[in-house]
Design a protein around this ligand. Structure first.
Ligand SMILES: Cc1cc2nc3c(=O)[nH]c(=O)nc-3n(C[C@H](O)[C@H](O)[C@H](O)COP(=O)(O)O)c2cc1C
Length: 146
């Protein structure tokens, strides 16, 4: 069964983790980007992320991934405000994930994976969302995938 790694990143940490996960799991890897421009300046980015949460926004995803070949999707994103970025809601809205398993992975400054569990549990999706993991370090990735 084929698997794919889809990741969203702002400053590259999640990309780095995604590449390691793709290589360990023999998965295709693709980046998910948003039509919304995220500011490079940290304070502006923090403000933008907060605004998207407060307005319950669904930032538009640029890519139209063909996921028909893949049964397992590793979905990577940074933790923003102790939750997934709003583009992760957009992902579940946009794609038909029937019969697919999603394995989420996060990177964060310090938050553990569990901060985003309530949000993932409430996503409107027909996918099966499996237990996820934090992926900042090689050890975390190794422990999760072995
Ligand atoms: C807007 C914003 C909010 C953040 N909120 C959290 C948080 O709640 N908990 C945490 O541990 N890290 C938080 N961080 C840090 C990021 O999760 C961390 O740096 C992540 O690895 C960045 O991934 P990226 O390089 O793939 O964008 C936040 C960063 C930003 C920009």
């Amino acid at each position: 069964m084929k698997s794919i790694v889809i990741y969203f990143t702002q400053s590259g940490t999640t990309k780095n983790a995604a590449e390691k996960i793709a290589s360990k799991t023999n998965s295709k890897i693709v980046e998910m980007t948003s039509k919304d421009d995220y500011p490079g300046d940290f304070d502006d980015l923090v403000a933008k992320a907060k605004e998207q949460i407060d307005n319950d926004e669904r930032p538009t995803i640029n890519e139209d991934f063909d996921l028909s070949d893949y049964q397992t999707i590793y979905l990577g994103f940074p933790i923003w405000y102790r939750q997934p970025p709003m583009i992760i809601h957009s992902f579940f809205d946009k794609f038909d994930l029937k019969d697919k398993s999603i394995i989420p992975f996060i990177t964060s400054a310090s938050s553990g994976f569990s901060v985003c569990t309530p949000y993932l549990n409430n996503m409107k999706t027909n996918a099966k969302i499996k237990d996820g993991f934090r992926s900042n370090s090689d050890l975390e990735i190794k422990n999760a995938l072995n």
